[in-house]
Design a protein around this ligand. Structure first.
Ligand code: GTP
Ligand code: MG
Length: 189
């Protein structure tokens, strides 16, 4: 598939109304700083469609980007961001849970879980994956930042990650633009 248009439509702090237009959602999720926003930019070939930052906690809303006038890529706040205030963390966590687990809308087509290839899955990642499976979500696991893995460790590291998450993963790098087509094809297949 080729992405020809990508337009930011809205950022929402609630799950009310976000499915009202009948357009399907493909969602990116992962811990803060794993590269969700960078991945969106890389896949759409835009430099700053989604705002990125070297500081975790950049994205704080459910952001909808309309792709090819036919579906949304959804950029979400990251989880596991320790420095957010208690109240803010609670709100972001509740927003994620409402959107991913409690809103049983078939328009939520697929959830792409991003894992940091250098550090491997965190406890939060593994917990999130188990919750998504419990709720019968269609998930893809993509391993970002593979440019940071030493060549000599790459095969071992990918095997380790796939063993921990219990399924095949798609390795890629948003920054170095490695294997993006495979990620895109797996999402919209
Ligand atoms: P939050 O919105 O805070 O949850 O973060 P996010 O997951 O959206 O991460 P973001 O895209 O803002 O990227 C975080 C940092 O990781 C930035 O400094 C990016 O440049 C960097 N980054 C993203 N992808 C890659 C990659 O493939 N390789 C490397 N080396 N760095 C990357
Ligand atoms: Mg972000």
């Amino acid at each position: 598939m080729k992405i020809t248009t990508a337009v930011f439509v809205k950022g929402s702090t609630s799950v009310r109304d976000i499915f009202d237009d009948g357009i399907p959602h493909y969602v990116f999720i992962g811990r803060s700083n794993v590269g969700k926003s960078s991945t969106l930019n890389a896949l759409t070939n835009r430099k700053a469609l989604a705002k990125t930052s070297s500081f975790p906690g950049r994205t704080q809303q459910i952001n909808l980007f309309l792709i090819n006038d036919s579906f949304y890529f959804v950029d979400l706040p990251g989880y596991g961001y320790a420095r957010a205030s208690g109240a803010k963390k609670k709100h972001l966590g509740e927003l994620l849970a409402l959107y991913l687990f409690e809103t049983h809308n078939p328009l939520l087509r697929k959830v792409v879980v991003l894992i940091d290839g250098k550090t491997g899955p965190s406890k939060d990642d593994l917990y999130m994956i188990s919750l998504l499976r419990e709720h019968h979500r269609d998930i893809i696991i993509a391993v970002n930042k593979i440019d940071k893995i030493k060549k000599s460790e790459y095969v071992k590291q990918m095997k380790l990650i796939e063993g921990l998450v219990g399924q095949d993963c798609i390795p890629y790098s948003a920054e170095k633009k490695i294997n993006l087509e495979t990620v895109l094809d797996a999402i919209v297949r």
